[in-house]
Design a protein around this ligand. Sequence first.
Ligand code: GYE
Length: 307
Amino acid sequence: SADRIATEESEPVTRQVKLGFSQLGSESDWRIANTNSIQEAAKEAGIELLLENAEQSQEKQIEAVRSFIEQGVDVIAIAPVVETGWEPVLREVQEAGIPLLILDRKMELADQSLYVTFIGSDFYEEGRMAGRYLLDKMRDRIGEIRIAELRGTEGASPSIDRGAGFREAIAERAELNIFASEPADFTQERGKEVMKSFLEEHGNEIDVLYAHNDDMALGAIEAVEEYGLKPGKDIIILSVDGTRQAFEMMVEGKINAVVECNPMLGPNVMQAVLELMDGRTLPKRIITPERIYTEVTAEREVANRKY
Ligand code: GYE
């Protein structure tokens, strides 16, 4: 009958693709922009997104991944809080036949078959960019240059690699000396507290602050000002991410340089998900391109910041 033909010709009922995403936390402006980017891109791509915020706890991330397996999602994505300890749960994902994407931070894995692709930045190169900037900035300075470092979360790949890349770059000149280095968990609050303790202990001896992200740098700036010093003048300040707030600080001359780290991974992730669903093979590594901005270039860029 006519009825039947109409039914057969109506739109085929295609099942919506389900993506389970374990986001590591909401510790920084970068992270908020990253979560927004993934939510928006999922919506745009018509992908159903199950999102769990782990509040910087690896155990919570592992729980979330197990719940995604139980719910039978098509793809799982993890932005891992720390580098190590993932093999057991990743094996469960593999046994369930679900493809796994690693986002943002690296995982240390002996078995490379446990994931499909890693989408994110080259943190080691970010550290090197910060170091090379400092070499240039200090080219005419004579004598020892004392550097304090605010590291990110312990065991997180951006902390490890931003630290190592920076050290590799500054090794070129023996006068550049990292004399204080403490973790501050990528948060503004901890950044301020740790910087305060650096200042109490070392007072006017700090020439440079290298912060592994903007939020910690913003906290540190508050501590420097409360201590009665001028950030960006008395203490050279370098950080990583490139948030709008950090750009505003650069325009004011309170931060000297920021290495960009792009949080807008959503479109890349959704493209990867759709290609996987299409049976395509992805490259093992998808790197987001980035650059460094300084006091000199900040003014031109500040209005263009999307996060
Ligand atoms: O730099 C920091 C965030 O993993 C690249 O995590 C990310 C880092 C980012 O807390 O702000």
